[in-house]
Design a binder for this molecule. Structure first.
Ligand SMILES: Nc1ncnc2c1ncn2[C@@H]1O[C@H](COP(=O)(O)OP(=O)(O)OP(=O)(O)O)[C@@H](O)[C@H]1O
Length: 404
């Protein structure tokens, strides 16, 4: 019995995780073969720079034994709040939400002495039970190496892509090659390699000193036919900023431009079909008498709202075809909708929409399309459960509204 109930709990958690991940366009695992190469610095700054460009970003620190994200963003000592059964992430800025294991510690310097299963459990919980909202990017900072944490992410976030951070010395590159092999084994595409601490410009003489050598990351990328995303120099300002909880974006040095260049390369390497989706969105909302109709399959009309650069640029009201299994989800996708906000929807309809690349947000309350879209764009649409307000017994497939 105990075994069954724990299996059921795991299945329920899997469902929550999958539901969240459906609402994330790009999942990125930042890895390194070696410790101390600047992986957390890169992960943090990637998240901050992307959020500054208007992307909705979640930054998840799964480095259970050495969480440094909170410190790098000046969030040390803040406890994670909960709302019902969900963790509330830290809101670093309007677009960036952050979760770090540090937020669960009584004291920031408390050590976590956890074995694999506990670590796996907390990572899964941070994917299942956090009020992330819809995201353009989920950036996951994992500890160095190829242990439980990156493996859990690879197995749980199945369409995750890796960014590998290295320093240029051979001893670091040897471990990068292991990370590349790891990614191959778990079928995780490598989006690119970043070389950190690549050369130091002497403030006195102005000459470049390749303290840890230079170019090894680029060569390794070429050897494995992987994209090279760029280099960050050794810059004492990075340490000062990181220690003070500030991002590289606050620096005036050349390092800020280097980071900007890395982010541009990173965005260019994303699969073309997904690039820039958030800049132009078409959001479908089933309505009845001007408000969201919780009965997806039997709504009167659909509000179809087009968003460009975060603003409503078009508002259409369209009448869907008569309901029959699969017809309305396909009709929504045929109208080029990128997102749909609903009260309740069955699994069959969700599967069709997902297959056709439409992001589904379930559990929305009955409200006007404009209000719902505003909340949705802020990433604050709270999933209050897959609702369905009719009881006509016409669920021929044994589930909710989606089959209609
Ligand atoms: N380009 C850089 N120039 C100077 N210092 C840097 C640079 N990048 C990172 N650092 C510093 O190196 C130290 C380690 O960085 P960071 O914590 O990002 O590494 P990590 O690879 O994530 O480490 P861990 O192995 O603990 O996960 C920090 O003090 C950080 O400020």
């Amino acid at each position: 019995m105990a075994c069954n109930s724990s299996d059921q709990e795991l299945q329920a958690q899997d469902q929550k995780i999958n539901k969240f991940l459906q609402n994330v366009n790009h999942k990125i695992l930042v890895m390194s073969g070696k410790g101390g190469v600047g992986k957390s610095t890169v992960a943090t700054n990637l998240a901050v720079f992307l959020s500054n460009q208007g992307y909705k970003v979640g930054l998840l620190d799964v480095d259970v034994h050495g969480p440094s994200i909170a410190g790098l963003l000046g969030l040390t000592g803040l406890r994670l709040n909960t709302d019902g059964d969900q963790f509330q992430p830290y809101q670093y800025n309007d677009n960036l939400k952050v979760i770090s294991i540090q937020g669960l510690l009584n004291q920031p310097d408390d050590p976590l002495i956890w074995r694999g299963p506990v670590k796996i459990g907390i990572i899964r919980q941070f994917l299942a039970d956090v009020n992330w909202g819809a995201l353009d990017f989920l950036i996951i900072d994992s500890p160095p190496g190829t242990g439980d944490e990156p493996l859990t992410v690879a197995q749980t976030v199945t369409d995750c892509q890796a960014v590998i951070v290295t320093t240029p010395q051979e001893i670091a590159l040897a471990d990068v090659r292991k990370s590349i092999q790891f990614c191959k084994k778990v079928n995780m595409p490598v989006l690119g390699i970043i070389e950190n601490m690549s050369g130091f410009v002497c403030p006195s003489c102005g000459n470049m000193h390749a303290i840890f050598k230079s170019g090894g990351g680029e060569k390794t990328a070429a050897d494995y036919n992987l994209p090279f995303l760029g280099q960050l120099p050794i810059d004492p300002n990075v340490v000062t900023a990181g220690d003070a909880g500030r991002s590289i974006d606050t620096l005036t040095s050349h390092t800020k431009e280097s980071m900007q260049h890395i982010v541009e390369q990173f965005l260019q390497k994303l699969p073309t079909k997904q690039k820039g989706v958030e800049k132009t969105m078409k959001i479908a909302i089933p309505i009845v008498q001007g408000k969201l109709c919780t009965h997806f399959g039997h709504c009167e009309q659909f509000a179809i709202i087009t968003i460009a650069d975060g603003k409503i640029v078009k508002h259409e009201t369209l009448t869907p075809p008569p309901h029959a299994p699969g017809v309305i989800p396909n009709w929504v996708a045929d109208h080029g909708c990128t997102d749909i906000i609903v009260g309740g929807m069955g699994e069959a309809a969700q599967a069709i929409l997902q297959q056709r690349g439409v992001k589904v947000s379930c559990g929305a309350p009955s409200d006007t399309p404009e209000n719902l879209v505003a909340v949705y764009l802020r990433g604050e649409l709270v999933d209050s459960g897959n609702t369905c307000d009719h009881e006509h017994g016409d669920h021929e497939h044994g589930h909710g509204c989606g089959g209609h």
